[in-house]
Design a protein around this ligand. Structure first.
Ligand code: FEO
Ligand code: CA
Ligand code: CA
Length: 643
């Protein structure tokens, strides 16, 4: 979700106090794309630069082109009312907003949607998709759990008669239905000759919503700043919301990242309230939803601490639908985009997180304890104890991971921190004081356990002014984003020092002013803008989905992106969304033969609403609004996605 208007700017930027002066453009001549391009022939460079190329030489060059890592036929950029996938592949709908999850779930009825129905149906705006393999059933059919986040609700697309600029039209029932449409879904899926299908009524099926009871654990649990009228202990909270990307841990739990939580709060704090600056740094109250009109805890004038109970990473055991999800406060509170994890060589677990806001930061959390394969109890609370680090991307190509530890450096009572609880509740401010590098909206951060590399999606930042560039965010007015590749030394993901390169600066390479840096082997369809989510497939290849490519006049979608050899930095277009949608949740099965994609907010657009969406995908019925859906992609002839 692009929440451009959501919050206060990072005060270091607002105050002009960033360390821009010592992080300058010169690295770009050495780093960024050219570092990965040295092996590409001069001929290819000449062609890219638009210089005339002799036909025979071009033909000879064609023969010598490095073999691509991907062999699917590329699709064309474009924008229309439906989705498109590469020839030779099929894309099927697995679950749509409102689809029943149990036999007694009400059928989807968009004119009479209710909270009661929504709690028994697939939620809205699917985002993260996690895949947890189960033992095969008694017939030997493959079974898995799909863990799907429902990031937010698009009120005007979901309900008749609502205008985006008219929150007064929202009723209590609409608010409760939206609360039930947030959160996540755990659903069993089974594969038969017809492909993967949901198991309606599986005992594993579960809806998590913005009012599901959850426990708060870690350093902020029980802290006075988490106490509310409903929870004097500060340890029990109702719900999770704004669940953007996430992760599956090595021990098979489902991590849900709470992102734009500010938008769900209304009201105003009393003058001089001690949470004023904290709430401002998170953009609370955003006032995008009418929930606070009907439910006191979403009105900060009534429950000023309630926002401190959101913005965390939530851990869910998807194999136990009766389990209580836990908000793991050790991983810090900010606008968490995702939570992909990996085991370091010494057994500690490392979770990477982006804070999706202009000028906010990249983090990693390193557990104190070690992962023990197969030992459920030993692993179950690993995320409660460890060190949260924030990234400083240095001009010399190194990353310094700065620990957010109470009592060290500036994180002391002199700066308003009286405990580790304060540090994690105000992780953003701790990062400000430590000198973290303000980034261009960090979204997915994905470690590759086989290579020790970590990919950071930076969606865009059109508010970075000239002079505010830094080496890792080299473009001002960065409308199209870029992708950074971090290398953890020797594959030690727990390292406190890493190195970094820009893999690609996104946008249209044919427009010089854009400053994109694609490998010249990238075709006119192969470049992308606004990278958001990503996935590494079973072969270790990187794929990227976008949120904002439509800014370039073509739909958001999914691209393969080469990271090695002479084709490093070459994109290839695989899937395209219907109009209005961004693409989320890319998830490959371990065999690489199935890909799940989440099509979020189809039919959205300027002035779009329930009555007049920009598309009625995927049902294309006048009786149906557009429905965010998870899709299943397979090869028609079987085999590995991408070739
Ligand atoms: Fe929810 Fe950062 O996209
Ligand atoms: Ca997004
Ligand atoms: Ca996202």
């Amino acid at each position: 979700m692009d929440q451009s208007e959501n919050t206060t700017a990072n005060p270091r930027i607002a105050a002009g106090a960033e360390t821009i002066s010592d992080i300058i453009e010169r690295r770009l001549s050495r780093r960024g794309f050219l570092g990965g391009l040295t092996a590409v022939s001069g001929l290819a460079l000449a062609a890219c630069a638009g210089r005339p190329v002799d036909a025979a030489a071009a033909a000879a060059h064609e023969m010598k082109r490095p073999a691509p890592a991907f062999s699917f036929p590329e699709i064309a950029r474009g924008l229309d009312q439906t989705h498109h996938v590469a020839e030779g592949y099929r894309a099927d709908i697995l679950l749509r907003w409102g689809d029943p999850l149990w036999a007694d779930s009400p059928a989807f009825d968009p004119l009479n949607q209710s909270a009661e129905a929504q709690r028994r149906q697939f939620g809205y705006n699917c985002d993260y998709v996690g895949f947890v393999t189960l033992d095969p059933d008694t017939d030997g059919a493959p079974r898995s759990l799909l863990c799907v986040n429902h990031e937010y609700t698009s009120t005007q697309l979901m309900f008749p008669g609502i205008r985006e600029d008219d929150p007064a039209g929202i009723t209590r029932e609409i608010a409760l239905t939206e609360i039930a449409a947030h959160g996540g879904t755990v659903v069993e899926i089974r594969r038969s000759a017809e492909g993967w299908k949901p198991v309606i009524g599986s005992p594993f099926n579960r809806r998590l919503t913005a009012d599901t009871p959850m426990q708060i654990t870690g350093p902020a649990a029980g802290d006075a700043r988490l106490v509310t009228g409903e929870d004097p202990a500060g340890r029990n909270v109702l719900g999770t919301m704004n669940n953007c990307a996430g992760g599956i841990t090595p021990w098979g739990t489902y991590l849900m990242a709470e992102e734009n939580i500010n938008g769900n709060f209304l009201g105003a704090l009393p003058e001089g309230h001690p949470e004023t600056d904290n709430h401002k740094r998170m953009g609370v109250p955003g006032g995008w939803y009418g929930w606070g009109k009907f439910i006191d805890r979403f009105d900060v004038s009534k429950q000023p601490n309630e926002p401190n109970r959101f913005g965390w990473i939530v851990e869910v055991d998807p194999q136990d639908p009766a389990s209580t999800p836990k908000k793991r406060t050790a991983l810090g509170r900010f606008k968490h985009e995702g939570a992909e994890s990996v085991v370091a060589p010494d057994g500690r677990v490392v979770v990477y997180c982006g804070d999706d806001q202009r000028f906010d930061y990249v983090y990693k959390f390193v557990t104190a304890g070690r992962y023990v394969p197969g030992e459920t109890n030993a692993n179950s609370n690993l995320l409660d104890d460890g060190t949260l680090y924030v990234a400083r991307f240095n001009d010399d190509g190194t990353v310094t991971w700065l620990p957010l530890v109470f009592g060290t450096g500036p994180l002391t009572p002199a700066n308003g921190f009286s405990s580790q609880a304060d540090v994690v509740i105000e992780a953003r401010r701790a990062g400000d004081l430590l000198g973290a590098t303000p980034m261009d909206r960090p979204e997915d951060v994905e470690p590759d356990p086989k290579t020790g590399r970590v990919y950071v999606m930076l969606t865009n930042n059109d508010r970075r002014k000239p002079g505010e560039e830094n080496a890792a965010n080299p473009r001002h007015s960065n409308r199209f984003g870029h992708i950074i590749e971090i290398t953890e030394p020797g594959g030690d993901f727990a390292s406190e020092t890493s190195t970094w390169e820009i893999l690609v600066r996104c946008g249209d390479p044919s427009i010089a002013e854009v400053g994109a840096t694609w490998n010249p082997l990238t075709t006119e369809n192969g470049w992308l803008a606004s990278p958001d989510n990503c996935a590494i497939d079973a072969q270790g290849r990187l794929w990227v989905s976008t949120d904002g490519n439509d800014d370039t006049g073509a739909a958001d979608g999914f691209w393969a992106l080469e990271t090695d050899g002479q084709r490093r930095g070459t994109g290839r277009h695989f899937f395209r969304c219907p109009i209005g949608a961004e693409l989320c949740g890319p998830r490959f099965t371990p065999d690489g033969e199935t890909l799940f994609l989440a099509v979020q907010h189809p039919g959205d657009g300027e002035g779009a609403n329930f009555e007049s969406p920009t598309t009625r995908w995927p049902d294309f019925s006048d009786a149906s609004p557009p429905r965010p859906s998870v899709m299943v992609i397979t090869r028609i002839d079987g085999g590995v996605i991408g070739g």
